[in-house]
Design a protein around this ligand. Structure first.
Ligand code: B12
Ligand code: SF4
Length: 377
C-alpha cells in the first residue's frame, strides 16, 4: 500500500462517500447521449484480459505494419486505468455516419475513372464532431457528479474501442473485426468517456451478463469480398494488406503486388462493410456534418490528380482526408490511374506528374504508366 493515496484511490474514496444515485445517473447519461445525436450509449467495466492477449498476438504477428502507435503504449491500451488513473467505467457511444446524399458506392467502385473515397471520409472530420459532443455529455455528467474525472476519446488514443463497445452492449465484433449492430449495421463511429464513477455496467440492471450475441453465423462474405485477402481468418485482419492501411496509414511505397488490387480506392476501403448483409439495416446519418463535401462521392480521378497542394489544402480543410497530405494523395491517385481504363486523358494526367518533385509520386506514376505500356518517362 503506498504511503500516500494514489489518484485512483482518491477517486474511489470519493465515490464511496458520494450521495449520487448511480443507477439514475446511468439512465440519464443514456438519454443525454441520445439527445446529443448518438444512436446508442452503453457502460462497461474496464476488464479486457482476453482482448489484451489477442492484441499482443496480433502485434507479435506484425499485423500492425508501420502503425508503431499500436505497439508503443504497452498495456495502457488494454488497461484503461493505466492510461487514465482512477478509471472505473467506460461510457461507449456510437454515431451513424453513412452520408444520406452519396452516390451509390458500388456504382463508383465499378467506374474505374471515378475516385472511390470511403463513406466515413466524405464529410467533416469525425474526430471533431464526436469529440465536441462527448465533451458536452461529460459536462452534463459533471453537473450531477462534481467528483467526476474523465477523458473523452474517439480513435485518438490507445483505447480498445470495439472491445469496450462490445462489453457495453452496443453490438458484436464481426468477422471483419468491426462492430456491428442488428439495428444499425456497422456504418458508425465509436467514441468513449473514461470515468471514475462506479456506474452500473449495461446489462447489470437488466440482469443479463453476456454481451450481445454474435450474429455472423456461417456467413463469411466480408472475408471472401476483401480485394486483398486482408482478413486472414475470422476476426483477424492483417493491416499490412488492408487497403485502408495502404492508402491512409502507410507513408512510403505501396507494395507493387497489391497495387492492381486497390482499383480506384484512393482513401480507405469499404468493401467488407458493403458486403455485409447486416448493413441492409444501417441508417443514414442525420448529421449535417457528415453530408458529402465538394462532390467527393462522384469525381473523376483526373480532376483530383490535377489539384495542386494549395487546392488540396483548401478543398479538404476540415476533412479527415487532409491528414494524409498532398504527396500521399497523389501517390494513391497515381495507383488508381494505373488501374483505370486506358485513355488519352488518363495518360496525359499521369504524364503531367511524371517529373514531380517527390520521388514517391514519380515512382508510382512510372508504375502506372508502365501498366498502360508507356515506358521510360
Ligand atoms: C488500427 C485501426 C485500423 C487499422 C487496423 C484495423 C484492425 N482491424 O485492427 C486499419 C488502418 C487497417 C483500419 C481500417 C479501418 N478502420 Co480502423 N481503427 C483502428 C483502431 C485505431 C484500432 C483497432 C485495434 O485495436 N486493432 C488491434 C487489433 C488487435 O484489433 P482487431 O484486429 O480488431 O482484433 C480484435 C478482434 O477482432 C478480436 N478477436 C480476435 N480473434 C477473435 C475471435 C473471436 C471468436 C472473437 C469474438 C473476437 C476475436 O480480438 C482482437 C482484440 O480485441 C480503431 C480505433 C480504436 N482505438 O480502437 C479504429 C476503428 C476500428 N476503425 C474504424 C473504421 C471505420 C475503419 C475502416 C472501416 C475505415 C475505412 N473505411 O477505410 C477500416 C475497416 C477495416 C477493417 N475491416 O478493420 C472504426 C470502426 C467502427 C465500427 N463500426 O466498428 C474504429 C473503431 C474507429 C472509430 N472510433 O470509429 N483501422
Ligand atoms: S459480412 Fe458476414 S461474416 Fe462479415 S461481419 Fe457481416 S455478417 Fe459477419
Amino acid at each position: 500500500m503506498p504511503a500516500y493515496p494514489t489518484s485512483a484511490m482518491i477517486s474511489f474514496m470519493q465515490n464511496e462517500t458520494s450521495q449520487t444515485d448511480y443507477a439514475a445517473l446511468a439512465a440519464k447519461i443514456k438519454a443525454w447521449g441520445r439527445a446529443l445525436g448518438f444512436q446508442a450509449v452503453g457502460i462497461s467495466d474496464t476488464a479486457l484480459d482476453a482482448a489484451e492477449a489477442r492484441l499482443l498476438e496480433w502485434l507479435a504477428r506484425g499485423y500492425h505494419g508501420e502503425m508503431d502507435y499500436m505497439a508503443k503504449h504497452g498495456a495502457k491500451r488494454s488497461r484503461p486505468a493505466e492510461l487514465i488513473p482512477g478509471t472505473l467505467r467506460v461510457i461507449s457511444l456510437r454515431m451513424d455516419y453513412y452520408p444520406p446524399d452519396a452516390r451509390d458506392a458500388l456504382e463508383v467502385l465499378r467506374d474505374g475513372n471515378r475516385a472511390f473515397i470511403s463513406r466515413y471520409a466524405l464529410g467533416r472530420d469525425y474526430h471533431k464532431v464526436l469529440r465536441s459532443r462527448l465533451e458536452k455529455l461529460a459536462e452534463k455528467i459533471r453537473a450531477e457528479a462534481d467528483d467526476l474525472n474523465y477523458r473523452v476519446f474517439t480513435d485518438s488514443a490507445p483505447v480498445m474501442e470495439i472491445e469496450l463497445a462490445q462489453k457495453a452492449r452496443l453490438g458484436w465484433c464481426g468477422k471483419h473485426t468491426l462492430l456491428l449492430s442488428r439495428e444499425h449495421g456497422s456504418w458508425f463511429f465509436l467514441g468513449e468517456i473514461y470515468v471514475n464513477l462506479p456506474l452500473p455496467p449495461s446489462g447489470m440492471l437488466e440482469k443479463k451478463d453476456t454481451p450481445e450475441e454474435n450474429h455472423c453465423g456461417t456467413c463469411k462474405r466480408c472475408i471472401e469480398t476483401c480485394p486483398t485477402q486482408a482478413i486472414t481468418a475470422p476476426y483477424q485482419l492483417d493491416a499490412r494488406r488492408c487497403i485502408s492501411y495502404l492508402t491512409i496509414e502507410l507513408k512510403g511505397s505501396i507494395p507493387v503486388e497489391l497495387r492492381p488490387l486497390i482499383g480506384n480506392r484512393i482513401y480507405g476501403c469499404d468493401d467488407c462493410q458493403l458486403a455485409c448483409p447486416w448493413n441492409r439495416f444501417a441508417h443514414k446519418s442525420v448529421e449535417a456534418d457528415f453530408a458529402v463535401r465538394h462532390g467527393l462521392d462522384d469525381v473523376a480521378l483526373t480532376e483530383l490528380f490535377a489539384w495542386d497542394e494549395t487546392t488540396f489544402k483548401e478543398r479538404l480543410a476540415g476533412s479527415t482526408v487532409h491528414r494524409i497530405g498532398h504527396e500521399q494523395w497523389l501517390r494513391n491517385i497515381a495507383v488508381a490511374l494505373g488501374n483505370a481504363p486506358m485513355s488519352a486523358k488518363v495518360l496525359a494526367a499521369l504524364q503531367s506528374r511524371s517529373q514531380h518533385a517527390s520521388p514517391l509520386v514519380r515512382e508510382h506514376v512510372a508504375w502506372a504508366l508502365e501498366r498502360h505500356h508507356v515506358f521510360g518517362q
